[in-house]
Design a protein around this ligand. Sequence first.
Ligand code: SF4
Length: 388
Amino acid sequence: MTRSDEILSTFQDIGEMSLRNWRERFPDYRPLGFLSGYVPEELFHAAGFSPVFLLHGREGCGHAQAHLPGFTCWVVRSALDRALSGELSALAGVAFAHTCDAVQALADLWPRVVPNPPALYVAMPHHLAAPAARPYLLAELQRLRERLEQITDRALSDEALRESIALHNRTRALVRQLYEVADRLPAPALHTALQAAFLMPKEVYNPLMADLLDTLEAHAELALAKGEDPKGSPKFLGSQHHHRPRLFVVGPELADPTLYQVIADAGGRVVGDLLDLGQRYFARAVGETGGPLEALAEHTLAMLPTPTKYHPQRRREAHLLDMVSAGEADGVIFARQKFCDPHGFDVVTLKTALDKANVPHLLVELEQTPHIGQMRTRVEAFLEMIGA
Ligand code: SF4
């Protein structure tokens, strides 16, 4: 087994591990769950916690059905299901930020039906460029900081916050490098390496990811020295396809690796994404000079908006077209969670822009348990159409 295989296998183990076993695996860290791409991870980290995203699994015990309507997306239902089954009881808390009405409803419901872990909430402005957005968000972050100080019974200093920002910026830089070499990796490996960033303490993830990137670099150099194509090395790509269509994936978070496996099996590769917890999440560093709380607020407002937010200068359709062009993508796959209205409306705007630019696209709907056969047929047909 090569070093890169070893690291990817570690990431995969962590992706498959139940949160019940998290403390056993990382005994020096205190996990805190979060839901939504706007939770300020650094604030929680500076208060002594390791933020872990509540990525949904396929299993459910059905407890959430008593509290949420059947047309709630599985991302939200799964989080409540896991809490009610006791799987999250080792977490110090669960943090929510307003991303969509479903997350807001869960944040409102949580304190009434989940005795443990407790909920922490951060409100988010909708118009990210409005004059009131910055002071509003800053006041919200200050309120959260004070709440964390009460919970931990210790001051949360600017110095601690700066250290946490530097650590998370390192993760962002590494994940950006990962995307730069995405076309050298099988799609499931990209998915696994990205997902691990949300499930492990950053102190553990960063050196492993740096090691993976070094190994990939060394392998590419070796391939070049042998006169092989570093992007087409069978060792990494594991297939005999000559032209491997370059795909871009759009959607909310993508906990289930099935789509990436199906893309790889059909001969495609994922070269970038517009996932709420994907490239956009890691695209920018938080400022490391000046007030750290102000830097976090600036950063949150400057990220590419998710579908429920608005910024007149940062339009998702323009961003998607730029990214598709820069990544020389052959097509786009929309991976929409069933019952996710924000991304459902987003697809309409984005696909209109793609149609005008003659970029082929395919919409795949994701459910609690994926219909693999149907997904495989549709992805294979799509890749054939765009010239696999
Ligand atoms: S999948 Fe959609 S509806 Fe569900 S939490 Fe994410 S953004 Fe909200």
